[in-house]
Design a protein around this ligand. Structure first.
Ligand SMILES: Cc1cc2nc3c(=O)[nH]c(=O)nc-3n(C[C@H](O)[C@H](O)[C@H](O)COP(=O)(O)OP(=O)(O)OC[C@H]3O[C@@H](n4cnc5c(N)ncnc54)[C@H](O)[C@@H]3O)c2cc1C
Length: 421
């Protein structure tokens, strides 16, 4: 993963002013805060700035959507548009002081406003501008704000109520308060990894993860799921369990929580994600030498190197000890020779093998000078950068399955393929 690509994504994953605000939002302005009053145009957009950066409410694409629309509003002055543009860049969140100033101003205005908790974002912005003592926003401005809110497709009223008012108690059909407190239950189930799970949920709400038509052909579905996996990798999610030099922080529990959370969206994506980062990358992480980890983990994490985990054979699934594939050491050449002894000994059901993987962690019987040393894992290239199968490797496609058709399962045969020690 390159530094340029990594930095903004990390920022998005780690920024959480709203969560912090809930816990200990400063009641008063800080000494370093800029106290210059905001102009009417800025004040009317404050509720949108708040929702853009409130924890887990909008995806980067939605923030970009507000940015694009705000930039097109002729009722805002060029200075206002420029200032707002700086606050609506998904890759550069505002600093906490600025964010808290917005929150405080919204809360203070709402306090002086009848029924503030029932307003939409647009209504709140318009009334805030009026309260600020300036002429009421024009009809054009009011319409534009309402359109932005509608285009976002978010429940603005709920966000406003969450910030400035009390949430009405949930009630059953008889009007009695239900015994389950949803937010509390969710917090208990999410545990210490709630912020990570929230960020992944938000990411998965991005329009980029929208489901395709149910009758999408297998080939197309595989590419869609590959694109989704790439997007997760771009946001650093695949690297969570890897060391820092590969973009992660050695958090295996976080990786499992990510895997679970992704499963609420799509199971093909879950398996593709699990194969790439958990099986392929995970095997390198757990079994590789330090040099192998440093060479391959960063590219496995960023999906620059798509890989697969080739353990199962047609005749050996649960019984891994008796796998038939061999890796025979050639001491003179300092190479291992990987071989599928007979046609039915091929690797079977291997996820990512049929179309995308360029490398495989192959589980094979290690043989040195005629002596067997049991099953070991070997890093074996199977395709070149152009996606062509390399000499010594044959790959078959498991084809359309009853389910998980976003995953390209395949079979692999090795014909005395040589890999360096
Ligand atoms: C969609 C899909 C994706 C897959 N992806 C991968 C992949 O990416 N990489 C990979 O290496 N493999 C992959 N596999 C293979 C998977 O790991 C194997 O299917 C699994 O290990 C079981 O092996 P098997 O199918 O040979 O079943 P078998 O091992 O033959 O088992 C058949 C049945 O016998 C039972 N059984 C087996 N041994 C015993 C025993 N000793 N005592 C009692 N009962 C027993 C099993 O529980 C099972 O019910 C995938 C499989 C599928 C279906």
């Amino acid at each position: 993963m390159t530094a340029a690509r990594e930095a903004p994504l990390r920022r998005w994953l780690s920024f959480r002013p709203y969560g912090t605000e809930r816990a200990h939002m400063p009641e008063t302005a800080s000494a370093h805060e800029d106290h210059t009053p905001y102009s009417a145009g800025i004040v009317s957009v404050l509720p949108f700035l708040y929702i853009a950066w409130a924890d887990g409410l909008l995806t980067p694409t939605q923030i970009e959507e507000i940015n694009t629309r705000v930039a097109a509003q002729s009722w805002l002055s060029p200075d206002e548009r420029e200032r707002l543009r700086g606050w609506l860049d998904p890759e550069h969140p505002p600093d906490a002081t600025t964010y808290y100033r917005w929150v405080r101003q919204i809360k203070a205005s709402a306090h002086d406003m009848p029924s503030a908790a029932q307003k939409s974002l647009a209504e709140l912005g318009v009334d805030m501008a009026r309260l600020a003592g300036v002429d009421g926003p024009t009809d054009e401005a009011q319409r534009a704000l309402a359109e932005i809110e509608e285009a976002l497709g978010v429940v603005g009223r709920e966000a406003v109520r969450e910030l400035v008012g009390e949430r009405p108690p949930a009630a059953d059909a008889a009007g009695e308060v239900l015994p389950v407190e949803v937010a509390g239950l969710r917090a208990a189930l999410d545990g210490r990894l709630a912020p990570l799970r929230d960020r992944i949920r938000t990411l998965l709400c991005d329009p980029a993860f929208r489901y395709p038509e149910t009758e999408t052909p297998t080939e197309e579905m595989r590419e869609i799921v590959l694109g989704w996996t790439r997007r997760l990798a771009d946001h650093g999610v695949g690297a969570v369990a890897f060391p820092e030099y590969a973009g992660g922080h050695d958090d295996l529990e976080g990786f499992i929580a990510s895997f679970e959370t992704i499963a609420y969206h799509d199971l093909s994506l879950t398996i593709k994600f699990g194969v790439q980062f958990g099986l392929f990358g995970g095997a390198i992480r757990a079994l590789g030498s330090d040099a192998q980890k440093r060479t391959y983990l960063p590219d496995a994490a960023s999906l620059a190197l798509p890989g697969c985990f080739a353990m199962t054979e047609r005749g050996h699934g649960s019984n891994v000890r008796d796998l038939q594939t061999t890796a025979t050491y050639d001491a003179a050449a300092q190479e291992f020779v990987v071989r599928t002894p007979t046609e039915p000994d091929h690797k079977e059901w291997i996820g990512n093998a049929a179309a995308h993987a360029r490398m495989a962690t192959v589980f094979a019987q290690l043989v040195i000078v005629g002596q067997g040393y049991g099953v070991h894992a070997f890093l074996v290239p199977i395709r070149n950068r152009a996606g062509e199968t390399i000499p010594g490797v044959r790959i078959g496609d498991s084809g359309h399955k009853l389910g998980l058709n976003g995953v390209d399962n395949g079979r692999i045969w090795f014909a005395d393929l040589r890999i360096p020690r």
